[in-house]
Ligand binder design. Sequence first.
Ligand SMILES: C[S@@+](CC[C@H](N)C(=O)[O-])C[C@H]1O[C@@H](n2cnc3c(N)ncnc32)[C@H](O)[C@@H]1O
Length: 356
Amino acid sequence: MGINPKLNNKIHNEDCLKFLKKLPNNSIDLIVSSPPYNLGKEYEKRVALKKYLNSQKEVLTECYRVLNNTGSIFWQVGAYSENGILIPLDIPFFNILEELNMQPRNRIIWARQHGLHARNKFSCRHETILWFTKSDKYKFFLDQIRVPQKYQNKKSYSGDNKGKLSSNPDGKNPGDLWVFRNVKHNHEEQTIHPCQFPEDLIARIILSTTKKNDVVFDPYMGTGTVAVVAKEFDRIYLGTEIEKKYLKTAELRINNKHDKKKEFANLKNLREFVKKNKIKNYSDFKFQKQISKKPSLESKIYSEEHHKNALYERLLFEENCFSSDIKNMPRPEDPLKHNHGLFKRKKWIRRLLFNL
Ligand SMILES: C[S@@+](CC[C@H](N)C(=O)[O-])C[C@H]1O[C@@H](n2cnc3c(N)ncnc32)[C@H](O)[C@@H]1O
């Protein structure tokens, strides 16, 4: 028995566990989600960690039941912190998924350049995405998500393939280090939700593990990123969101519509609407998180490759600065030319190390 078609292509305003219990066994092809992290954000109540993990286990047990034999779960989590201690949530979640008899495929690191600055430990600059499958007959379509090779035109030196391209001309496997920019200020996809997925990150997951008309489920839809991407690539979407205000925004976003106040869910929707309808004077319209009176419709969209290079250059620069400081040598040039004047070596480090 499949899912009642009336439930499809909708986000349901109810508790995910209650909803999951209504779904038949083996009816979903992909579950991709980011649950609340029990941090006390605006959409969650903080509870004891054990209680939180027990309730997540209940949800994941149901997720496992409704998943097809060829299906996958992608569970995206960060860290839980309390009184200065930090628990990377993927560790307990890995155990929960293994106990359900699921098979681990990848632990993807989602690295970021920005975030809160910690005082008493290293600042968190990554979250994780656990990929588990229900069996070893899972779907994985690498050709759908290849990225450029570093040396695309490299040829074999010797052997039978001498002179032929040594790497796949369609590109390489993107790897398990992902650097999609998180959806914060100035991101064209940003809605009223504080913790949105970037659409491209979800596109990589959906394209690599599902086919057209497969069913994609997100129990914690927020403002509907998983639904937006599933719809774009002709997958059936299904999900739950408990907060009405996020659900309303998700519906505006999925249907690329504005509300009665002529507000769109985000800048991307506004831009697409204006282009599609060839509207010249768009100042009648707004989007929910709008700051400037008349935003630029030509917001820049950078590839993951761009963010990866920028992150790599930045980390290398920071480490080179540190190496120079402890060796009492001049710091290197900032490759991105940010804050030029501020990158002088700090005097206190010299004093500390060399008693100068
Ligand atoms: C981390 S956010 C997900 C954001 C989403 N990935 C996006 O791109 O917008 C978690 C969401 O789960 C919702 N939520 C929390 N408990 C829920 C429950 N029991 N059932 C359904 N939704 C719930 C919250 O309101 C919140 O919007």
